[in-house]
Design a protein around this ligand. Structure first.
Ligand code: HAM
Length: 419
């Protein structure tokens, strides 16, 4: 018997496991602010759910799925992503008439990839999907959600957003023809994988990390030049919306994504901190997928992020302690104890997380606040109460401020938004 985990899988103990849970629960809380519902799906589906949708030439389908025959000879596949499963679910639950729909899911994903740092055969994703809007502002909102999750995890400064558009199917086809024509001239110089891609899905060559392909890619035709007016306008409107929200991005025309279902907007959040596996989050619009899977024509957009990659960064940058959404109340004295009960109710009624320890010992209360990684302690004794104020101490930085009682909700909200 081999007493070690299977290649590409890992046991996560202690901090690593805790940070992964933290990433998932943070993402879920933020998604619920955008009104995403929780959706829990089976870990395996009939193989067609993935094989007929993600693209026969995508690496995932051609060589990475865990597919096996069940005892009754039906072909089953362990999910290599959420999106196709979510679409299957809204069709099989008859939800396609109840638009818009927004779903958050999380859990294990399986891909038979060559394992290396940041790339595993079993890993976890957090996944958001938004069905039923063809308005550019829905793209902006989905990207803003992804951005907020990463920024609340404290990762903003280590990550950049790269964005591209694949245009509508007509623009994409015209671009595909140009790319085919271009790479055909260099067929013998392409990597072995790209020789196959050239005839099945030439756009995937643009996504290649092979040095031979990278050199040839430099002279390839630019996607945006093949766009019809509608596709150009759509992309410009998405970028304008991001500008309006102050979300920074870089347009990168080589982003085509590894799955075939995308149209229009595609995006990735990338870091230089994780070596070659630097994409922590990826997504895009997939307006044709619901119909392809037998449902009505429903526009959709979404993204997924790799939980292990995010957790690795949070641990490497020592960010786990710095971000938590709990406020610890630290009353000092009899009057303050009563005030603390009232304040905890006020804050909890507004949806904030509050810890009020009934141990009447200030230093123990501070220790407890540290232990639970509270974002800040709200401190008040007789002096503060007489002046009508609270002291707020941010636990990561030690910074202290004073806030008028009437402004506490605003002050707490501002602290949460600070990345
Ligand atoms: P994806 O780009 O294939 O997109 O995966 C999303 C994220 O999962 C990646 O950015 C990466 O962080 C993580 N990931 C992928 N493969 C591995 C691996 N082998 N080990 C560790 N982490 C990995 C999708 O899955 C699409 N379904 C996203 C989407 C949702 N598009 C629209 N809606």
């Amino acid at each position: 018997m081999k007493l070690q985990p299977v290649r590409g899988t890992k046991d996560y103990l202690g901090t690593e496991a805790e940070v992964q849970e933290y990433v998932i629960s943070m993402a879920q809380q933020i998604a619920s602010c955008y009104n995403y519902q929780q959706l829990t799906l089976p870990i395996f589906e009939f193989s067609d759910v993935f094989h007929r949708t993600l693209g026969e030439t995508s690496d995932i389908v051609s060589k990475e799925t865990y597919t096996f025959l069940d005892r009754d000879n039906t072909s089953i596949t362990l999910r290599p992503e959420f999106t196709a499963g979510v679409v299957r679910s809204i069709i099989s639950n008859g939800l396609t008439q109840s638009l818009p729909l927004k779903f958050f899911s999380s859990g294990p994903i399986f891909r038979y990839e060559r394992p290396q740092k940041g790339r595993y055969r079993q890993f976890q994703q957090i996944n958001c999907e938004f069905f039923g809007s063809k308005e550019h502002n829905s793209d902006v909102e989905v990207i803003a959600l992804a951005h907020q999750i990463l920024s609340w995890l404290g990762l903003s400064e280590f990550i950049r957003l790269e964005i591209n558009s694949l245009g509508d199917p007509e623009s994409r086809k015209s671009y595909r023809d140009k790319v085919f024509e271009y790479f055909s001239k260099f067929e013998n110089e392409l990597s072995e994988d790209s020789k196959v891609r050239l005839h099945k899905n030439p756009l995937r060559i643009l996504d290649s990390k092979d040095p031979a392909d990278i050199k040839l890619k430099a002279g390839a035709p630019k996607m945006l030049d093949s766009f019809n007016q509608g596709s150009q306008d759509y992309f410009s409107a998405v970028l304008k919306g991001l500008d309006e929200l102050g979300i920074k991005y870089v347009v990168n025309n080589n982003i085509v994504r590894g799955l075939d279902y995308y149209t229009h907007t595609v995006f990735e959040f990338i870091t230089d901190e994780l070596g070659s596996q630097g994409t922590v989050l990826g997504g895009g619009r997939y307006d044709g997928l619901v119909e392809l899977m037998g449902g009505p024509s429903i526009p959709a957009i979404g993204f997924a992020a790799g939980v292990e990659r995010l957790a690795e960064m949070i641990i490497a940058k020592d960010l786990f302690k710095k971000r938590n959404l709990i406020f610890a109340l630290i009353p000092i004295g009899e009057k303050a104890e009563v005030e603390a009960l009232k304040l905890s109710k006020l804050l909890r009624d507004k949806g904030f997380k509050v810890e009020l320890d009934y141990e009447r010992n200030t230093s123990k209360r501070f220790k407890r606040a540290d232990k639970i990684n509270a974002k800040a302690a709200i401190i008040f004794g007789d002096d503060e109460l007489n002046q009508g104020v609270y002291k707020i101490k941010e636990l990561a930085s030690g910074e202290e401020t004073t806030t008028h009682k009437a402004e506490i909700i605003e002050a707490v909200r501002e602290l949460l938004l600070k990345s």
